[in-house]
Design a protein around this ligand. Structure first.
Ligand code: HEC
Length: 129
């Protein structure tokens, strides 16, 4: 093993020890939220166009992302409410996904409308400025 590889390996080990987490960032920041915003808008239009495949992919991505948001807040005792907001939003995305998979686009539309409203609940408390 040459020096570069050794150094790289040491870095990876160190990073894993310090961060104690996988390499994917679990930060809830503006970047992550802009991605969420894009996906939620795309989900809304996919459902309106009854594009089951694209809608299911977007809903699945929101379920996964809000699971990450939930676990991010779960690590901090002072943000207990955010865990609930994230969990609720995740449930609505899962509901939308179920409806899409059942080809019930009316129900999916309802879930997406509720999902969009649920973003605001968290923003009112946790989004500064
Ligand atoms: C669990 C809490 C929570 C939920 C639920 C949530 N957000 Fe956010 N959102 C935040 C926080 C905190 C910020 C501020 C992030 C920052 O600027 O560091 C934010 C910021 C944003 C921003 C502004 C990003 C920017 O450019 O500054 C957008 C857009 C956004 N959220 C969209 C959404 C959408 C769409 C949903 C629902 C599908 C959602 N959010 C659900 C916590 C949440």
């Amino acid at each position: 093993m040459n020096l570069t590889k050794k150094t790289l390996l040491a870095c990876i080990v160190q990073f894993a020890l310090i961060a104690g987490a996988p390499c994917a960032s679990d930060d809830v920041d503006a970047d992550l939220m802009r991605g969420i915003d894009d996906t939620a808008k795309s989900l809304d239009s996919d459902v309106a166009q009854k594009d089951a495949k694209a809608a299911a992919a977007d809903a699945r991505s929101l379920v996964e992302t809000f699971a990450r948001v939930e676990s991010h807040y779960g690590q901090k005792p002072e943000t207990a409410d955010a865990v609930g907001f994230a969990h609720h939003t995740q449930e609505l995305a899962a509901q939308a996904l179920q409806a899409i998979e059942a080809n019930d686009f009316d129900a999916a539309g309802d879930s997406v409308a509720q999902l969009t409203r649920s973003c605001k609940n968290c923003h009112e408390v946790y989004k500064k400025d």
